[in-house]
Design a protein around this ligand. Structure first.
Ligand code: ZN
Length: 728
């Protein structure tokens, strides 16, 4: 018998159904020649700090965290059965693992097959089960299943045909050592960061702060953008614009010049100078063009479109696309590629045959814009499979997701090309300035029958070369606009390529219609970033991490727009105050380490060393803060800080800062905010304020103009709050 361990029950059912003759048992399914069992995703997790330090704890009892033993770098990482919210192992988890273990040890089982999802997480989820079933819980030793053969079932989709052909072509589990190495390294590094820094920051601030390698740069990006908006000061300027009619058509001409808002006379003089000239059409070019459809979808590009068009949150779109995959309708969804593998051509031909029967005008096409092995890491773009769902059985949201994928697939393989005329007219105003008007007219729809066109079709006035154009330039008062909040789409684009922010911003401010179909853009750069691991998070993890940030109330998602919440401001600002630097550079540096492990260019141990080195630097940086140690102690909620200068009752640390306990009875209004001008205020400084009426000099405030400054805080005249004191 061969034992297949699937990552999830749904996958186990699909595998068993494909094999046939399935008979259900308790915790597994028996079919022809195979036993199929399953995990529930992660059955194991890494042990807690206390398990390494050997401190006695009562199972299930809340643990009091202390600075002692931080940072903790385990010599060898150990796994244990995953614990629930209550700190205890769930009975179902324990029982399922016992089932897996018993099956793996059966005399008649000669082969154990890893059927984790086809990615690094899936690889180690099942691998850790196999290791533990044979008494190894450290994750660094060689896999040994008591002499049994170890194989890997690698499934790009869950259709019966794919399951059967993958079973006939089982891979050796040993071929996936590097992928597992990347998975283990990711788990260990994220543990080192998350556990050590979460405890450190939580103890220091007295408030639970979830610090992680990827979550912090994500929250920071949203924080930075929102602060830029909050402190934005619009500037007035004059634009130079003509809107005159020529031959019955308005010809809009907008000069590149911007004249400061307080120089109206100058703006008028410029207009007079322009209007003294004659304007002529000096060039006209019309080009027939074939417009290319957008590329097939990667997960985040699909989530971008669903977020932008249907306001569907990422958590929801991932859940649906995962479900459609588990039902066999779509290929593996957690992919970062928009391309197909050349080995998939026959499979695609078969799917196209089925899609054509549905009435789509499609035909197979071999094209480097579709099939490109160099832009695929382990998974191809998301496409439909040959199994077409019954539309009446899908929910409206499921139908939206499925047909978005289907329409893009049909557009990419559309038989008829999309033809357009592109025209450019140059109007020259004397020798002062050339204005270029651009327009596109679609002549034949082609793939646009199925997919949205974002080409900004625009009709131009029928001007010819040599025509005179009427002009009358006037100064138009305008205002600079603040940057825009991150949306699902713009945040995803930032995370995929965090070092191209400036470029992306420039594109956003451009008045041209957005072109998310990708034609004409060079994406070599983007794929280089992904393949080298420079992106923040991966397609497989990003949705979960963003969702955690939302659940932790660090950020908010309304429609498809993200914004920072007070807790997120506190997280970022207190990390800055503690000199804990976890920027995108550090995160992507480790992302690159993971890729090098995947490519066999680095040992796991070396990767972990690099992470530990970074964490040590963070701890040392936090300890060696230039400000006195007392400046980074924020106490815990409930700590008594001193006596109220108004009523004499105790002042305590509250959730939002420091406040008088007399508030409830006498309505005393004394309070000091936790954050003043983007600076976290320490307990010691509030104590000093209460005792002497003034704090020590506090560095690093940020004004509304974005300027940093140092100042003392003193009691206000009525003593109910703290105000700035710049004296000494
Ligand atoms: Zn009071």
């Amino acid at each position: 018998m061969k034992l297949i361990i699937a990552e999830k029950p749904s996958l186990a059912r699909n595998i068993a159904a494909a094999i046939g003759n399935a008979k259900k048992a308790n915790g597994y399914i028996v079919c022809d020649g195979y036993i199929v069992t399953w995990a529930f995703g992660h059955l194991f997790s890494l042990c807690d700090i206390e398990d390494y330090t050997g401190k006695e704890t009562v199972p299930g009892a809340p643990r009091k965290w202390s600075m002692e033993g931080l940072p903790c770098y385990p010599e060898t990482f150990r796994f244990a059965l995953r614990k629930g919210e209550n700190g205890l192992v769930d009975d179902g988890v324990r029982q399922q693992f016992e089932t897996i273990k018993a099956l793996a040890h059966r005399e008649d089982v000669d082969t154990v097959i890893n059927a984790g999802d086809a990615d690094r997480e899936g690889e180690i989820i099942v691998r850790i089960c196999i290791m533990n079933a044979f008494g190894n819980n450290t994750g660094t030793g060689k896999l040994d299943a008591g002499g049994r053969q170890l194989k890997r079932l690698w499934l790009p989709d869950q259709t019966p045909e794919t399951v059967r052909s993958a079973l006939a072509d089982l891979k050796d589990e040993a071929d996936y050592e590097n992928l597992a190495g990347e998975g283990f390294a990711r788990t260990y590094i994220d543990w080192l960061y998350g556990v050590n820094l979460t405890r450190f920051a939580t103890i220091k601030t007295g408030r639970l702060l979830r610090v992680g390698r990827v979550i912090v740069p994500i929250v920071k990006a949203i924080y930075d953008r929102d602060m830029a908006i909050r402190y934005f000061k619009p500037e007035k300027y004059f634009g130079i614009v003509s809107q005159e009619e020529t031959g019955g058509y308005v010809v809009p001409l907008t000069s590149k010049l911007k004249i400061p808002g307080d120089e109206k006379a100058k703006a008028e003089a410029v207009c007079a100078r322009y209007n003294a000239e004659k304007a002529f059409v000096t060039a006209k070019k019309t080009k027939k063009d074939t417009l290319k459809p957008g590329k097939l979808y990667s997960l985040s590009k699909l989530q971008n479109v669903l977020g932008k068009k249907y306001k569907m949150p990422m958590e929801k779109s991932l859940e649906i696309v995962q479900k459609l995959y588990e039902q066999g309708y779509l290929t593996y969804p957690r992919t970062n590629s928009e391309y197909l593998a050349s080995a998939e051509k026959d499979k695609v031909k078969k799917v196209l045959g089925v899609v054509a029967k549905l009435g789509y005008d499609v035909a197979f096409r071999d094209d480097k814009n579709i099939f490109d092995d160099s832009k695929i890491e382990s998974h191809s773009a998301i496409t439909p499979t040959y199994i077409i769902p019954d539309k009446t059985k899908l929910t409206p949201d499921e139908l939206t997701v499925y047909s978005t994928v289907m329409r893009r697939f049909a557009a990419v393989f559309c038989r008829e090309p999309c033809l357009a005329n592109r025209t450019e007219i140059t109007v020259s105003v004397g020798k002062l300035e050339d204005f270029v008007l651009k327009g596109t007219v679609i002549v034949q729809k082609g793939w646009m029958k199925y997919d949205d066109a974002s080409t900004g079709e625009k009709i131009l006035p029928p001007l010819e070369k040599g025509d005179e154009v009427n002009i009358n330039f006037k100064p138009v008062e305008k205002e600079t606009t603040p940057p825009k909040h991150y949306t699902i789409e713009t945040l995803n684009n930032y995370l995929k390529n965090p070092f191209r922010e400036e470029k992306a911003k420039a594109a956003e401010n451009d008045a041209q219609p957005a072109q998310d179909d990708g034609y004409g853009t060079d994406d070599a750069e983007e794929y280089r970033m992904i393949l080298e691991g420079l992106e923040l998070g991966t397609e497989a993890t990003r949705t979960g991490i963003i969702n955690n940030a939302i659940k932790s109330k660090y950020i908010d998602l309304k429609k498809d727009v993200y914004s920072i919440l007070p807790d997120g401001e506190f997280l970022i600002e207190s990390l800055v105050a503690m000199k804990i630097s976890m920027d995108k550079h550090k995160t992507s540096e480790l992302g690159r380490v993971l890729k090098r492990i995947f490519h066999g260019e680095m040992q796991i141990g070396r990767g972990i060393e690099l992470a530990e080195q970074q964490i040590t630097e963070v701890f040392e940086g936090a300890k060696a803060v230039a400000a006195p140690e007392t400046d980074t102690d924020f106490g815990s909620v409930g700590d008594v800080v001193g006596k109220c200068p108004v009523c004499g009752k105790d002042v305590v640390r509250t959730f939002f800062g420091y406040g008088c306990t007399g508030f409830r009875n006498s309505g005393c209004k004394f309070s000091v905010s936790m954050i003043i001008c983007r600076r976290v205020i320490s307990k010691a400084n509030v104590k000093m304020l209460l005792e002497t009426g003034k704090t020590s000099k506090i560095t690093g405030f940020t004004s509304k103009n974005g300027k940093t400054f140092d100042a003392f805080l003193k009691l206000s005249d009525d003593k109910t709050k703290a105000v700035f004191d710049f004296d000494r």
